[in-house]
Write a protein that binds this ligand. Structure first.
Ligand code: CMC
Length: 428
């Protein structure tokens, strides 16, 4: 294969270098395009063909259903690593040794107290507020309580900002749920593991001890690992582009949380469960909903199906499907929703509409069923996704700043009115 691409416009030829990634992916480097062609740009709504950056964090091959963090297969990480190890791997590039992991955890714990005034902000939200809105606001508000901007040229300052947010974020996650449930905003126990502590902070009752359940800890650990990064998706791109203006880490993350909230992205896990519930309430007729999903005059989509990048099984969905079976059976929960989900999956995989469009179950199709079995309310599902994605967002933000990427500022093709004269109001 040659090392350049040739573009011809009005008989004039322009050459652009090809750039290759370590997995032999090829990109046309169009940095010089606009300058060389006197103003011509590329147009790619939804960025379906546009690489926004070079990144060494996550590799994804949607055709083959491959997902790797820093070179490690997601299947192996989900089986052998814990969430904090994966967070370290994503952010710093290598798996930590025992001392590094212990120090990382200790440093996170030393930053796990949130200014007590944050409780006043939480109190001001109505109980009906969606937890994602509350979480996004609180993450942004953390900047006000930790106002010094991070000098990204200082490894120490970068590290401190990272462990600070990894310490405080689970507290905010737990408090958004506790607020909704009318529970006091309390802390967990720093003697516990990261994930165990999250569960304790979320579920601890004020009048009796919280007893850890190994099944829940393992299930949550696995879910968080599976959600930890997914290269340049909508929320991650939002974090990178927000941070590219040199806005701080916490506000960049807050922007990412807002992007994640939408039902086409992280909000799909809530939407899947609501859809499965609605199908159950409606008598469990999956065929009716399959027909709705295929009807172009009906806005209904089969939530938890399809993916911008995966045109094959989402490898995370495969792992989660098995985990859903295990968790429900370990907890002794019988959930008719799981049967509806499996029925829908079977029908969709055999249906020509879904086959032609390469629509497979994605990560969100089964995750809500596990969250529900764990006792996590539906509105908290996307918050749990955010907790898992946090290390990925941090890793991507850090990489973007260390590589000194320029401010993200796409171009547009203007299709509005050309110059016209102002019409006075009485003549309009
Ligand atoms: N149900 C029915 N039809 C679908 C679905 C679906 N879930 N997804 C895509 N299609 C159809 C779509 O109508 C289009 O058909 P046609 O070519 O006839 O117009 C074709 O498939 C391609 O769809 P698209 O919308 O152009 O594809 P996209 O890459 O822009 O969108 C997606 C990807 C994930 C937004 C979309 O598949 C979708 O809306 N899925 C449901 C929501 C969901 O589960 N989102 C979670 C994604 S995974 C977790 C995450 O990223 O956060």
């Amino acid at each position: 294969m040659s090392d350049k691409a040739i573009l011809e416009i009005d008989g004039e030829k322009y050459e652009f270098p090809l750039v290759r990634g370590t997995e032999n992916e090829v990109a046309i480097d169009v940095k010089a395009l606009r300058g060389a062609t006197n103003g011509v740009i590329t147009l790619d709504p939804g960025y379906k063909n546009t690489g926004s950056c070079q990144s060494a964090i996550t590799f994804l091959d949607g055709e083959k259903g491959i997902l790797r963090y820093r070179g490690y297969a997601i299947e192996e990480l989900a089986e052998k690593a814990d969430f904090l190890e994966v967070a370290y791997l994503l952010i710093f590039g290598e798996l930590p040794n025992k001392e590094q992991l212990e120090k990382f955890h200790a440093d996170i714990k030393s930053h796990s107290v949130v200014d007590d005034d944050v409780k006043k902000i939480i109190d001001a939200f109505p109980k009906s507020a969606h937890p994602m809105g509350v979480l996004s606001s609180l993450t942004s508000a953390l900047t006000a309580f930790n106002p010094s901007s991070v000098n990204v040229d200082s490894e120490e300052e970068m590290y401190n900002a990272i462990v600070r947010i990894l310490g405080k974020f689970p507290v905010l996650v737990a408090w958004t749920m506790r607020k909704k449930r009318g529970l006091p905003l309390e802390y967990g126990d720093d003697n516990l593991g990261y994930v165990e502590n999250v569960l304790k902070m979320m579920f601890k009752s004020p009048n009796h001890d919280y007893v850890q359940n190994e099944v829940l800890v393992n299930a949550l650990d696995k879910l968080l690992i599976l959600h930890a990064d997914h290269e340049q998706n909508c929320s991650t791109s939002t974090v990178r582009i927000t941070g590219s203006s040199h806005a701080g880490l916490f506000v960049s993350l807050s922007a990412g949380i807002s992007a994640l909230w939408g039902p086409l992205h992280g909000g799909a896990n809530q939407a899947v469960l609501e859809m499965l519930e609605a199908i159950k309430e409606d008598g469990g007729d999956t065929k009716k909903y399959m027909a709705k999903a295929k009807d172009k005059n009906d806005p209904f989509r089969l939530m938890g199906f399809g993916h911008r990048v995966y045109k094959n099984f989402d490898p995370r969905a495969k792992i989660i499907k098995v985990a859903a079976d295990e968790v429900l059976s370990d907890l002794g929960v019988e959930d008719p929703i799981l049967d509806i989900a499996k029925g829908l999956e079977k029908e969709a995989l055999e249906d020509q509409y879904f086959v032609d469009r390469k629509l497979y179950p994605n990560v969100d199709f089964y995750s809500g069923i596990i969250y529900r079995a764990m006792g996590i309310p539906v509105e908290m599902f996307t918050v749990m996704f955010a907790l898992g994605r946090l290390p990925g967002w941090i890793a991507q933000w850090r990489e973007m700043r260390l590589r000194k990427e320029p401010i993200g500022r796409p171009r547009q093709l203007y299709t509005g009115e050309t110059l016209r004269s102002f019409t006075p109001i009485e003549k309009r």
